[in-house]
Design a binder for this molecule. Structure first.
Ligand code: CA
Length: 430
């Protein structure tokens, strides 16, 4: 674990409100003259790893991976390489740095505000889970009041295979999808129109850093070691399309038109101070099957990330109003831990690949006000949300921008922030 009192020579990185103190150093990627370079965030700046490797600031064994356009090569080098790079970068940005190294590092700094941030990981596969029991319960209440939580929920982490090709980095706009939805009556035609129920889903993305071979499940005791880091993720959803298409095979076109991901990947090692016990399973919850149980995971397998969703409408921006907070929740309360998701996903021998994203599913808190999507917050459109402009929302309108934020705090440790995951809704194609 990084020394929590270590200071950087970059003063802004020592400020208590920064997302990116010296103990964080999340990885990203940005464009330099059309070429994608890897970087780490520090204070209001990013440090160009490609440039650091060129000027001899990084160990030779890391040159190739740090000059690659994505993190996948570094991931493939394994834990020893991840630790070596973090240690090298921490020393380089530490207040006691060698002055010659500092001069070279300063030349590799760029303002984050002016940078064109890109997807830092090539993502071969994307799986989405349903790990928030509060989300599962409240969505269930809308459609099955007599049995909100399905009988399998507390036994098995529910998930489905999403679509990796349409994952976009924060800042890229989302075009309102067109799709088929339920006919007005059984003897009329179904509709094929721009979705009228566009929603966001507040989630965390878990990046797989260490793969497993086909037919070789990952035991839960080793699952955490397969994770490289986390980001914020918005799993955009067209609810009218979803409710018509999902039976019997599950979500499809209602989900795969776009998924936004934040540009910064927080390494698991930066999250060590922010782990928490797994969710309690009070009687009569079923006991965990052995492949989903480890003492270490139960004791500190959850990650305490505080989360917030904000909206900025076109009218709000026209009137220079700050984004409006829609809800706050926390990843600490998820019913399933990241290790349980990894162990379950591979329990049948399914092989995870380097760079795969496992998303948590919508993260909602115990209260209705802490819901992580509009479906819950508005009770499927029945209860509009008033906004400071006098506007209201049931689902998203064109021009709306959704912003996800996340941060971790623990006594004795600098706060870290996951940055932002934001995107604006564009009108459907005609
Ligand atoms: Ca989802």
């Amino acid at each position: 674990m990084a020394n929590p009192t270590a200071k950087s020579w970059l003063p802004e990185a020592n400020h208590p409100t920064t997302d990116f103190p010296l103990t964080h150093l999340p990885y990203g990627a940005f464009l330099v003259e059309g070429q994608q370079h890897l970087c780490v965030a520090i204070g209001d700046h990013l440090l160009d790893l490609h440039s650091c490797a060129s000027t001899g600031l990084l160990p030779p064994t890391l040159t190739e991976s740090c000059q690659a356009p994505t993190l996948n090569l570094l991931m493939s080098q394994g834990h020893a390489a991840w630790t070596l790079l973090r240690k090298t970068l921490t020393a380089l940005l530490h207040i006691d740095v060698n002055p010659e190294h500092k001069e070279k590092a300063e030349a590799a700094l760029h303002s984050i505000a002016g940078a064109s941030l890109q997807k830092p990981v090539h993502i071969p596969n994307y799986t989405d889970f349903y790990a928030s029991i509060h989300h599962a319960t409240r969505v269930g209440q809308l459609f099955r009041p007599d049995q909100p939580l399905l009988p399998n929920y507390k036994h098995i982490p529910i998930g489905y295979h999403g679509r990796a090709s349409s994952i976009i980095v924060s800042g890229y706009a989302v075009t309102r999808p067109v799709g088929q939805s339920r006919p007005f009556s059984p003897d009329t035609q179904s509709k094929f129109l721009p979705t009228n129920a566009l929603d966001y889903e507040l989630e965390l993305a878990l990046y797989i850093g260490t793969p497993n071979l086909l037919s070789a499940p990952i035991p839960i005791s080793e699952a955490a070691g397969h994770l490289f880091g986390i980001s914020l993720l918005n799993d955009w959803s067209a609810r009218d399309v979803q409710s018509w298409e999902y039976q019997p095979l599950g979500p499809f076109l209602a989900k795969n038109f776009a998924t936004s991901i934040s540009p910064w990947v927080t390494p698991m090692s930066a999250l060590e101070p922010f782990h928490a016990p797994a969710a309690t399973r009070p009687d009569p919850d079923p006991k965990l099957l052995p492949y989903l149980h480890s003492v270490a995971d139960q004791n500190h397998g959850s990650i305490d990330v505080k989360l917030e969703v904000l909206i900025s409408t076109f009218t709000m921006r026209e009137n220079n109003l700050e984004p409006h907070s829609l809800s706050k929740s926390s990843a600490e309360g998820l019913y399933w831990t990241p290790s349980q998701l990894v162990a379950h996903h591979t329990s049948n021998g399914c092989n995870l690949q380097i760079g795969d994203v496992l998303a948590t599913g919508t993260i909602s808190g115990p209260s209705e006000a802490s819901a992580g999507c509009l479906l819950e917050l508005t009770r499927n459109g029945a209860r509009p949300i008033p906004l400071p402009t006098g506007e209201s929302r049931t689902f998203l309108q064109d021009g709306d921008e959704i912003i996800l934020r996340g941060s971790c705090e623990a006594p004795g440790h600098p706060r870290i922030g996951l940055g932002e995951c934001r995107a604006t809704i564009l009108p459907a194609r005609t």
